[in-house]
Design a binder for this molecule. Structure first.
Ligand code: KIV
Ligand code: NA
Length: 274
């Protein structure tokens, strides 16, 4: 049975933490399905770790629908949240259209969008028409050219701004809020003030849940390791080792083995080809 938003909120109310991981395709979604992770984010980080762009800005709504569909085919238990990409929700009517397509064609159960006070009325509109919204505040990667990649919320003015954003998205009806690159103590204080779950990334252990990018936590994306990430495995290195062994086995003839192909009596082959 699918993990519901109700279930995540109940976990939060019971003081249980939950895990969210990004996934972008069927095979990885199948692996999350078999794991203890409760929720999948089809993140627009796909633009960086899959498409090779240097930001999330080039990702299109069609890209997000494409990836969300693949994930939805592989995961029937985790709650699936998908990102609304840059430029698809700045105007409220666009947001309705984009979120509707992402839910209906992509098959997610919630959308995520970046912004606090500035997005409150859009969040309210989506929630009113039955689209659950996970908000995303603090450092918001779609604003990288305005903000730079840096911690948000240090100092009195910024801290109050992040709190205002959190309260605004809660009041607008968001079911939860991602806090990205917010000082741990501020994230914990905001988590304590809110009635909805917080999901941290680079925001400390005081959040109700955590979200990590697939490639970061598996050690697949080696161009850059963010400070907030932990490599629970080094599958990038493991993968290269496997490829090297494969290439060597092809060269020395030990792969494929007899068992890797069908066989037919050599004499019968010769007779058949006469
Ligand atoms: O796109 C993404 O992966 C995200 C998370 C890092 C929160 O938005
Ligand atoms: Na994102």
């Amino acid at each position: 049975m699918r993990t519901t938003i109700e279930r995540i909120r109940a976990m939060r109310d019971a003081g249980e933490r939950f895990a969210m991981v990004t996934a972008y395709d069927y095979t990885s979604a199948r692996l999350v399905e078999r794991s203890a992770v409760e929720t999948i984010l089809v993140g627009d980080s796909v633009g960086m770790v899959v498409q090779g762009h240097d930001s999330t800005l080039p990702v299109t709504l069609d890209d997000m629908i494409y990836h969300t569909r693949m994930v939805a085919r592989g995961a029937s238990r985790p709650l699936i949240v998908a990102d609304l990409p840059f430029g698809t929700y700045a105007i409220e009517d666009d947001a309705v259209r984009a979120a509707t397509r992402l839910m209906a064609e992509g098959g997610c159960q919630s959308v995520k969008l970046e912004g606090g006070v500035a997005q409150a009325s859009t969040i309210r509109r989506l929630v009113e028409i039955g689209i659950p919204v996970l908000a995303h505040i603090g450092f918001t990667p779609q604003s990288v050219h305005a903000l730079g990649v840096r911690v948000q919320g240090r100092g009195r003015d910024q801290a109050r701004r992040v709190l205002r954003d959190a309260l605004a998205v809660q009041a607008a009806g968001a079911w939860g809020v991602v806090l990205e690159l917010v000082p741990a103590q501020l994230a914990a204080a905001i988590t304590a003030r809110l009635d909805i779950p917080t999901v941290g990334i680079g925001a400390g252990a005081g959040c109700d849940g955590q979200v990590q990018v697939w490639h970061d936590l598996l050690g697949l994306y080696e161009d850059f390791v963010p400070r907030h990430a932990r490599r629970f495995r080094s599958l990038g290195g493991e993968t290269v080792a496997a490829l090297d062994e494969y290439a060597a086995a092809v060269r020395d003839g030990s792969f494929p083995a007899a068992s890797n192909a069908s066989s037919w009596d050599a004499a019968e082959v010769a007779a058949a080809l006469e």
